[in-house]
Design a protein. Structure first.
Length: 378
C-alpha cells in the first residue's frame, strides 16, 4: 500500500480539489454555485431559443434559494412532486407551481390543496376519473377554480393515460366536475437508458403530447400547457407541440447523467465531501459517507455507489449506514484523514437525505443553504 505516484488531474478532479481544504465537517453536500448557475442559465436560455418555457423540477434541490435562482434566470415557475413540497416553496414566495403527479386528494389533502390554490398559481396532475372526485372536492373548498393537467404515458409506463382517447375521457370528466383543464403533460423517463433512448424518448414526448393536445382541443378544451421533460431527453427537445419542459437533475448533474452522455464532468455542480476514517484492511479505505448520505441508488449505467474523481479506479463497492468501503486498485492511495469528493450516482436521492447544502461561491466564500423541502413527501 501507499504508492506515491501523483495522480493525473482531470479538470474535474482539479475543480473539486479546491473544495477539499475548506473548513467543512464531513460528510457534507457541497454545491459549486457558479457551475450550478451556469447549468440553470444554459437550460433556460436554450429552451427559450426554441420557444419553450422552463419549469424545473425542484425535487432535485428542494431548496428555496435555488428555486429563486432558477426563476431569476427565466424559469416560469417550478415543478414539484408532492403537496408538502408545494407548501414549502409557496411559503418561500414561489407563486407558480405545478404538482406533476397524479394527486390523490383524499382526507386532509383536500383542505391543503385548496389553501395552496388560494395562495399561488397552482396546477396539479391527474390521470384517472376517480381522482377527479377528490380534486373537485378540494376545488369546492377553494375560491378559485383548480387547474389540472392530464398526464399521458409517453413510454415510461409509470403513470399517465395510455392514449389521446383516455386523455379526452379524463379531461371531459374533469371539466364536468368544475376543474379547469389547462393542458397535458408527460415524463419521458424511458430516456434513462442511453443517448439513443433519450433521443427517442424526446420524440415520443412530442408525438404523444401533440396528439393528445389536438384531441383535447377537438373535444373543446382550451389546451394552453403542453409539458414534457426529463434531463436526458431535454437536449433533444423540439418546440413542435411543447410549451414547457420540466428537467430537474440538470441543475447539479450527477454520475448517472454523465454515464448517459447528456452532461459532461465539467457540468457537475454537486459533490459529497467525505473523510477517510479507516485503512484497517489492505486494499480498502473506508469513508464516512454511508447509505444515509449517498443513498443506495445504483443505476444500471454505473458501478459502485459513487465516483471518486481523484481516484478514478477506486470503487465504492459496499455501503453501510455510516461507512463506505472503497476497494482500491493499483496506484496512489488515499491516506487516513484525507478528504475526498464523491460524485453521487443520483443527485436527487442524495439531496433528499440531507438537511443542508454547503454553497461555495465564485470568490470561495461559503453559505449554508437549508434543504427546505427535506422529508416533505406527503
Ligand atoms: C413528472 C416528472 N417530471 C420531471 C422530472 C424531471 O426529470 P429529471 O430528473 O430527469 O430531470 C421527473 C423526474 O423524476 C418527473 O417525475
Amino acid at each position: 500500500m501507499g504508492v506515491t505516484v501523483p495522480y493525473q488531474k482531470t479538470e474535474m478532479a482539479s475543480r473539486f480539489d479546491e473544495f477539499l481544504s475548506l473548513d467543512i465537517s464531513t460528510p457534507a453536500l457541497v454545491v459549486d454555485v457558479p457551475r450550478m448557475d451556469r447549468n440553470i442559465r444554459l437550460m433556460v436560455d436554450r429552451l427559450a431559443a426554441l420557444g419553450i418555457s422552463c419549469r424545473p423540477h425542484a425535487k432535485t434541490h428542494k431548496s428555496i434559494e435555488i428555486a429563486r435562482r432558477q426563476l431569476s434566470a427565466g424559469a416560469i415557475g417550478i415543478t414539484v412532486a408532492t403537496i408538502s413540497e408545494a407548501e414549502v416553496f409557496a411559503a418561500g414566495g414561489i407563486d407558480d407551481i405545478f404538482i406533476a403527479y397524479p394527486v390523490w386528494a383524499a382526507g386532509a389533502k383536500r383542505q391543503r390543496l385548496a389553501r395552496l390554490n388560494d395562495t399561488i398559481r397552482l396546477a396539479v396532475g391527474v390521470d384517472s376519473v376517480p381522482a377527479i372526485e377528490h380534486l373537485a372536492a378540494a376545488a369546492d373548498m377553494s375560491v378559485r377554480p383548480l387547474r389540472v393537467l392530464v398526464e399521458l404515458d409517453s413510454g415510461e409506463h409509470r403513470t399517465g393515460v395510455p392514449d389521446s382517447a383516455g386523455a379526452v375521457a379524463v379531461a371531459d370528466a374533469a371539466a364536468t366536475a368544475g376543474l379547469e383543464v389547462c393542458g397535458v403533460f408527460t415524463h419521458g423517463g424511458h430516456s434513462y437508458g442511453s443517448r439513443a433512448a433519450a433521443r427517442l424518448a424526446a420524440a415520443d414526448e412530442v408525438d404523444v403530447l401533440g396528439d393528445a393536445a389536438q384531441a383535447l382541443r377537438a373535444a373543446g378544451h382550451a389546451v394552453r400547457v403542453v409539458s414534457g421533460g426529463s434531463t436526458p431527453s431535454s437536449p433533444y427537445a423540439v418546440s413542435e407541440s411543447l410549451t414547457e419542459l420540466r428537467p430537474g437533475t440538470f441543475v447539479f448533474g450527477d454520475r448517472q447523467q454523465c454515464a448517459l452522455g447528456g452532461l459532461g464532468e465539467d457540468d457537475l455542480a454537486l459533490v459529497v465531501l467525505s473523510t477517510v476514517v479507516s485503512r484497517a484492511h489492505a486494499g480498502q479505505v473506508v469513508l464516512d459517507a454511508g447509505a444515509k448520505v449517498l443513498s443506495k441508488d445504483l443505476p444500471a449505467t454505473v458501478d459502485g455507489y459513487g465516483w471518486l474523481p481523484r481516484y478514478p479506479d477506486a470503487h465504492i463497492t459496499r455501503l453501510f449506514d455510516h461507512h463506505a468501503p472503497v476497494t482500491l486498485s493499483a496506484g496512489p492511495e488515499p491516506t487516513l484523514g484525507e478528504v475526498l469528493a464523491i460524485v453521487p450516482n443520483h443527485a436527487c436521492a442524495v439531496v433528499n437525505l440531507a438537511t443542508e447544502l454547503v454553497a461555495v461561491h465564485a470568490d470561495g466564500s461559503l453559505e449554508w443553504w437549508p434543504v427546505d423541502a427535506h422529508s416533505r413527501n406527503t
